[in-house]
Design a protein around this ligand. Structure first.
Ligand code: TNX
Length: 651
């Protein structure tokens, strides 16, 4: 007997993702053949043609805009009957949404291009519209550069998931990626780090010069590519913090305060704009003017996250301004700065978007759109106090977080599984009706500090981290919570995986399995040449009992060492040695070697450190393992020591 899977709903049977508001199967079929003509609204024709270039004759597929439909904006009606297919959007965005649903009715090969055969569609009627106006994905191209082609591919994938906004993070401490013609050094110098560049990298990839930037012309092309697919790009220039790059190029932009840089081997990490320097606002006029010229979006994101206000306190000009303005908290100086930048944007006819810290003092004007990233509660507070809010909390939507405990990725917001992401709930967190009304939508984030470090291990690390979590995000933005259901989502995701494959998405297929030997913890003592911030923590580390590791009080110098001495010689084991955080190459020995010794006197070098780590095979009795730094500095004021993970080799 053939077993037939029981699908609870037509959306499940058709594997539609996100699930439409209503799908009615009305019986019968329509057969499309390669010669079936397609009539399409001219404004989306080139895009539609790339999937569905039809023949000539009476159109069997019609895609058109019909503003008289009684549907919310971005809504559409898709009907298939025995005579043909009609997709009507209430507006252009709605038509594109309908088109993306139509593609999901076809065999999945349609996404791989060159689809040229007859296919049968079931007769049906779909009425659909989104629950939220903002369905976004953020991409950090500052920490790791993505080429225009890579971004376009990503945009194409987003469009198929009815995501309508790409939030492009263009500047940060590690890079400036947008060409500014009036200040060409910003991209020409700031687009590169490592090697002879004044910009250091924080994570991994030391030494070599690394980077790239986009010309204005390339970005205009990208904006158009995204527009064709119904996606708006919101650019971000991160201000007034996260500005190390511009600070290295134009030091006068920062507050003139002396920094003690000894612990970081001379590296000055000041990254906050001086609020009192009038020339800074003129510089911002230039930068934002050009940015607005490239990106037609209503909103421009100007950052506002993680600002270290202590520089302003120490700065003679900022502290004088603080007194003059009669402020009571240095955070209000950030409001002052952000308001002034928002005013510049207003002169260019645009509105400002900012990270949630900018709304903390409550005095910032309410027409700013706030992006809540820290947690659902922070998002709730800003929405409650009246700001239009994009909800993108780390614990649910940060796709740079790891997906299970031992996978690559950040972990400050915990492990973000697909199920966790899907479970996001404004109801459960007690959002009031008012707060809910202020939620304009949801967004995923992909911060790229780790992208470069891990990319060699994956076909495509960006896709591995973002899919299928973006599938969950797509539903959260499209469907009201009352209609979302994990069981139905997982059923539909199974069919959708075939589509992702045809699109060429290297999505994550599940928890990776590694064959691993048994872990052992032979008696050991750790010593180091580095000064520690807490001596007691080292004893715990020697007992394999400290999962966070031990922090030092300065960065590494050439010749610094960490020594693991075992009470009994160990043999026939594989050892993972790590400096820095585990899974995140921060606080590492960026250059160094692993050395082994039987007697503690003579050492032989066995491996280089790669991003602060190495895995070695021990096949001779070994008493001592030493990690030795061969360079000075790691961009931080500390190093982290970790205990080794020792596994018995299989016989
Ligand atoms: C916090 S989210 C940051 C970013 C980091 C990210 C890593 C935000 C506004 N600031 O600078 O890249 O965490 O997850």
């Amino acid at each position: 007997m053939v077993s037939v899977q029981a699908f609870a709903t037509p959306a499940e049977r058709l594997g539609l993702l996100p699930a439409p508001v209503s799908v009615e199967l009305i019986g019968g079929e329509y057969c499309l053949v390669p010669s079936t003509a397609v009539w399409c609204e001219p404004s989306i024709e080139p895009y539609v043609d790339s999937y569905l270039a039809g023949g000539y004759g009476v159109a069997g597929v019609v895609l058109r805009i019909n503003p008289s439909l009684q549907l919310p904006s971005e809504g559409y009606v898709l009907s298939v009957n025995e005579c043909g297919v009609l997709v009507e959007g209430v507006d252009r965005a709605g038509l594109l949404n309908g088109f993306h649903t139509l593609l999901q009715l076809f065999p999945k090969e349609i996404y791989a291009g060159g689809f040229r055969r007859a296919c049968v569609l079931p007769c049906l009627r779909i009425v659909d519209y989104p629950a939220y106006a903002y369905r976004g994905q953020h991409l950090d191209v500052a920490r790791t550069f993505s080429t225009i082609e890579q971004i376009e591919e990503f945009v194409s994938h987003l469009a198929h998931h009815k995501i309508n906004t790409l939030h492009l993070h263009l500047t940060d401490d590690e890079g400036w990626r947008v060409e500014i013609k009036s200040h060409p050094e910003l991209a020409e110098v700031g687009g590169w780090r490592g090697g002879d560049s004044p910009i250091w990298s924080v994570y991994g990839a030391w030494g070599e010069r690394y980077g790239g930037y986009y010309t204005q012309e390339e970005l205009r092309g990208l904006v158009e590519y995204a527009h064709q697919r119904g996606i708006t790009i919101i650019p971000e220039i991160d201000l007034p913090g996260h500005s190390l790059t511009i600070g290295k190029i134009y030091p006068e932009v920062l507050c003139p305060v002396e920094m003690n840089t000894e612990a970081a081997a001379g590296y000055d990490k000041r990254n906050v704009w001086c609020v009192a320097r009038e020339d800074n606002y003129r510089l911002l006029e230039d930068i934002l003017g050009e940015l607005c010229d490239i990106f037609p979006s209503e909103y421009i994101h100007i950052g506002g996250d993680e600002v270290d206000t202590s520089y302003w306190k120490q700065c003679p000009h900022c502290s004088a301004l603080y007194k003059e303005l009669g402020l009571s908290d240095y955070h209000q100086l950030q409001d002052y700065f952000m308001e002034r930048v928002a005013t510049i944007l207003a002169r260019y006819g645009r509105r400002a978007a900012m990270w949630n810290e900018s709304a903390e003092s409550g005095t910032l004007s309410k027409d700013v759109r706030i992006y809540g990233w820290e947690g659902l509660e922070e998002c709730r507070k800003v929405a409650e106090s009246g700001y239009p809010t994009v909800v993108m909390p780390g614990p649910y939507f940060y796709f740079d977080m790891r997906q299970s405990k031992n996978e690559d990725g950040h972990n400050w917001a915990g492990v973000v599984t697909l199920e966790k992401c899907y479970s996001v709930s404004l109801e459960e967190l007690g959002y009031s009706e008012r707060a809910k009304r202020n939620v304009v939508g949801f967004s995923g984030a992909f911060w790229s500090e780790l992208y470069l470090t891990h990319s060699h291990k994956y076909d495509n690390y960006l896709e591995y981290q973002t899919f299928p979590r973006i599938c969950a995000l797509a539903e959260i933005g499209w469907m009201p919570q009352s209609r979302r259901e994990w069981g139905s989502f997982s059923t539909r995701l199974e069919s959708h995986k075939g589509r992702m494959e045809a699109m060429g998405i290297s999505y994550r297929r599940g928890v990776p399995t590694k064959s691993q030997g048994r872990q052992i913890t032979p008696a050991m003592e750790i010593t180091t040449s580095l000064p520690l911030s807490n001596e007691k923590a080292l004893a715990k580390l020697s007992a394999y009992a400290n999962d966070f590791g031990c922090r030092t009080t300065r960065t590494c110098h050439d010749g610094d060492w960490i020594l693991y001495s075992f009470s009994q010689p160990i043999n026939n084991v594989t050892i993972e040695l790590t400096t820095g955080y585990r899974h995140v190459p921060r606080g590492i020995f960026p250059f160094g070697v692993v050395e082994l010794s039987g007697d503690g006197k003579t050492y032989r070098e066995v491996a280089p450190l790669d991003n602060g780590s190495a895995t070695i095979l021990v096949d001779k009795p070994t008493h001592h393992i030493r990690l030795r730094s061969t360079a000075t500095g790691n961009g931080d004021r500390f190093v982290y020591l970790q205990f080794p993970i020792i596994r018995v080799n299989p016989k």
